[in-house]
Design a protein around this ligand. Structure first.
Ligand code: FAD
Length: 361
């Protein structure tokens, strides 16, 4: 969506409010001053949103005092690191188009993976083959908890092996989570669900570089699909499965990961429990207590030149991005999947204390 919008060259924002007031049809617009740099709105927009970030033009844009601090900070960031561009606008998604709409799939198995995670396997009721997914992609489910009520749309990564016969998703039942609780309490084998085609651009890339699959909690699902794909071809890449869980009770996919690791000659698994239970044994059920850190990456033998696929709760993602950077992993090698929203990515807008608009007279 943002890529489409910005490629139109019509950003829809042309003015900055310096002083609140009323503007109406018929009002005169008077030019009261002129900036030294004289760049057009279209030029400024293209400079931020197109791949071409010419240094001299960035320097000029940064000098325009009429631009908001947010825009100027974005130009400053591009000057510091011109090769990165606007990560959120790389048209990756366009490279993996997904068919629109939903189809009805029958639930053919429900498996409990841990105290709060259930896997649902779904197949076409008429035996027709399903669209192949790429490892790391997700499905959207359209759920109808109350008949006649608004549907719930929820995304779930495919957690099972790639297949045109069946899709498997694994759902964490959040406390008070509308979709998770409804699925747990109402969906049984034989029931049907509205399911989209697979989509998303968090995808395992081919190559020879070492792969680090780094997850916490339910963030394991997309990287588990990547692990399955690597195991299916008995990849000779170095593969690290790094997973953070609270304890054994909240640690899904244990047997499955162990089985997949056997197929990888250069695979290594390393699991951290933040709060191991009294019966959880270090060295048997988990490999470290606490959180992943630079020293744990070192202990696990993670090579800094690896491609890292990262998924987990927001706090974990923030910590891991900083830890990986300090460990020497280049930002372009870190691929992330975000499950639960994040801070808004608004390159033109600087965070500021929200001010309540005044009441119109
Ligand atoms: C690309 C992608 C892939 C994903 N993959 C997976 C996956 O593989 N497995 C998975 O389980 N999830 C996945 N998710 C997340 C999933 O889509 C849902 O967002 C998640 O499961 C929660 O949905 P829910 O309806 O169960 O909970 P919601 O009802 O949306 O609630 C979520 C949490 O917010 C809390 N909450 C709800 N309302 C309020 C409120 N008013 N105030 C305070 N707290 C509130 C709830 O207690 C709950 O803990 C993925 C998301 C994305 C975007």
């Amino acid at each position: 969506m943002p890529a489409l919008l910005t490629s139109s060259g019509r950003p829809g924002f042309y003015f900055r409010v310096l002083q609140e007031g009323a503007v109406g049809a018929g009002d005169e617009i008077v030019k009261v001053g002129e900036a030294k740099e004289r760049m057009t709105v279209a030029e400024i927009n293209a400079l931020l949103y197109s791949p071409d970030h010419a240094r001299d033009r960035l320097e000029r844009a940064r000098r325009i005092e009429a631009l908001s601090p947010g825009w100027r900070a974005s130009f400053e960031a591009l000057l510091q690191n011109p090769s990165r561009g606007n990560a959120g606008l790389v048209p990756e998604a366009a490279a993996h188009p997904a068919a629109p709409g939903f189809r009805r799939l029958a639930v053919t198995a429900i498996d409990r993976e841990s105290s709060d995670v259930l896997s649902l396997t779904m197949q076409s009721p008429d035996g027709q083959s399903l669209q192949t997914a790429l490892p790391g992609q997700y499905l959207v489910l359209r759920l109808q908890p109350a008949s006649g009520g608004a549907p719930l749309f929820r995304s779930y990564s495919l957690s099972g092996p790639l297949s045109t016969e069946r899709y498997r998703i694994s759902v964490k039942i959040e406390p008070d989570g509308a979709a998770g609780i409804w699925l747990r309490d109402n969906i049984r084998v034989g029931d049907s669900l509205d399911v989209s085609s697979p989509r998303g651009s968090f995808i395992l890339e081919s190559g020879e570089r070492p792969v680090v699959l780094l997850s916490a909690g339910i963030g394991a699902t997309p990287v588990l699909a990547m692990l399955s794909a690597l195991a299916a071809v008995r990849s000779t890449r170095q593969v690290f499965w790094l997973h953070a869980a609270r304890d054994r009770e909240h640690h899904p996919f244990v047997a499955e990961v162990r089985r997949l690791m056997f197929a990888l000659p250069r695979g290594r698994s390393f699991v951290c429990y933040s709060r191991p239970g009294p019966l959880d044994k270090l060295g048997e059920h988990f490999d470290c207590t606490g959180h992943f850190s630079r020293s744990v990456f070192g202990e696990a033998g993670v090579p800094p030149e690896a491609d890292v696929y990262l998924c987990g709760p927001t706090g974990f993602m923030t910590d891991m991005k900083a830890t990986l950077a300090a460990f020497g992993v280049a930002p372009e090698r870190i691929h992330i999947e975000i499950f639960n929203g994040s801070e808004p990515m608004t390159p033109g807008v600087a965070a500021a204390v929200a001010r309540v608009p005044h009441v119109p007279q």
